[in-house]
Ligand binder design. Structure first.
Ligand SMILES: Cc1cc2nc3c(=O)[nH]c(=O)nc-3n(C[C@H](O)[C@H](O)[C@H](O)COP(=O)(O)O)c2cc1C
Length: 358
């Protein structure tokens, strides 16, 4: 049995015996706690990264003015407050996107708010941007930058504080952008989570243009010496004309890239309709999202060519999935749900699979 298969089996056994029995959010907290504890053991993060990190030079990606050791990163939402970046990078992710953070700290939606559909390797969540606020994240990332050792590439994903109405949305995003400008390798404007009322309406070009322009200006003012790359993250539920409109807007405003996609409000692909009804509202992620996320990526690439950095997210589970996204125009990849189901050796498996075909 090779090491990798063995590790995957061990994780599946732990998942079957322990994690599956915990509510989804409790399992996430336990797993994330373990990752942080491991990273705090002197030398262990370094050793893990040596074993699990992307090593093949063929995997390196130069994008957004940054050198990524491998194309697969951890998608936003796992580490909302930037509390475990070192440990997550040690598991082999080529970069980590933290957030979504909002200008004001907020508790998110009442629990339960995260649900598994293991048969379909999907999740439904309505976390609602539970986070400690952009200022706390900034302090944490600043300490990370000042500290010794390896510093992974960290993107910061910003969203709107729930208590702030549509009128204050631009100012709210701008407040977060100003705070994080100095500590973010890139910034993502998230207008696509389904769990903050009205947020996805900001994807209409009339609202998105002033928002993105204001965030761009805030980043330039707050970080005059280094131009902070700016991306927007979109929903898979946009119509095709709306996708084209966002792509055109991104080009027009000189954005650096687009992340496609966030979770979907669709439940297509989930078979247990009683469970779907019982769970209620939220965004679905994982395998059932794959076809739509791939289609959105293809459409963006057809529209923008290589003028934008496209980051693919949504249902990436295998090296073949990763390859399909790169072939469809993605420069970088992100995942969340497959990491939950497949465990800590999964990023390495994807990078190894990609390296074999490169
Ligand atoms: C529990 C959970 C929380 C998430 N939170 C965020 C978030 O705060 N901000 C964001 O932009 N995306 C968030 N996402 C979406 C992921 O970043 C990703 O775009 C989506 O899950 C599709 O990728 P996947 O199929 O690999 O999970 C979240 C996803 C999950 C499952």
């Amino acid at each position: 049995m090779n090491d990798d298969l063995g590790a995957a089996r061990v994780y599946r056994a732990i998942y079957a015996v322990l994690l599956r029995r915990l509510p989804a959010e409790a399992a996430h907290r336990a797993g994330f706690w373990l990752i942080r504890v491991a990273a705090a053991v002197p030398g262990l993060a370094w050793a893990l990264r040596r074993v699990l990190g992307p090593r093949d030079p063929a995997l390196r990606v130069r994008a957004l003015g940054l050198d990524f050791p491998g194309p697969l990163g951890l998608a936003a939402g796992f580490d909302k407050d930037g509390a475990g970046v070192t440990g997550l990078a040690a598991l082999g992710f080529g970069f980590v996107e933290v957030g979504t953070v909002t200008a004001q700290a907020q508790p998110g939606n009442p629990k339960p708010r995260m649900f598994r559909f293991p048969q379909e390797r999907a999740l439904v969540n309505r976390m609602g941007f539970n986070n400690h606020g952009a200022a706390a994240l900034t302090d944490r990332l600043r300490a990370l930058r000042a500290g010794p050792g390896y510093r992974p590439i960290v993107g910061v994903n910003i969203g709107k504080t729930k208590a702030v109405g549509e009128d204050g949305a631009v100012a709210d995003y701008v407040a977060s952008a100003r705070l994080v400008a100095d500590v973010a390798d890139y910034v993502v404007v998230n207008v696509s989570s389904p769990n903050t009322p009205g947020l996805r309406d900001l994807q209409s070009v009339g609202k998105l243009r002033p928002l993105l322009a204001a965030v761009r200006e805030a980043l330039d003012q707050a970080s005059p010496r280094r131009r902070v790359p700016l991306l927007v993250k979109i929903a898979p539920d946009l119509t095709d004309p709306d996708i084209d409109a966002v792509a055109d807007l991104a080009l027009d405003l000189g954005l650096d890239g687009i992340i496609a996609t966030n979770t979907t409000i669709s439940r297509e692909g989930l078979r247990d309709s009683a469970a779907v009804t019982a769970v209620g509202s939220g965004g679905m992620s994982g395998a059932p999202l794959r076809p739509r996320a791939l289609a959105v990526l293809g459409r963006l690439h057809a529209r923008t060519g290589d003028r934008l950095v496209l980051i693919a997210a949504g249902g990436i589970e295998t090296a073949d999935d990763a390859r399909d996204r790169l072939a469809a125009g993605a420069t970088l990849l992100q995942a969340y749900t497959a990491f939950i189901y497949e465990g800590p050796c999964w990023p390495r498996r994807i990078h190894d699979g990609l390296a074999k075909s490169s």
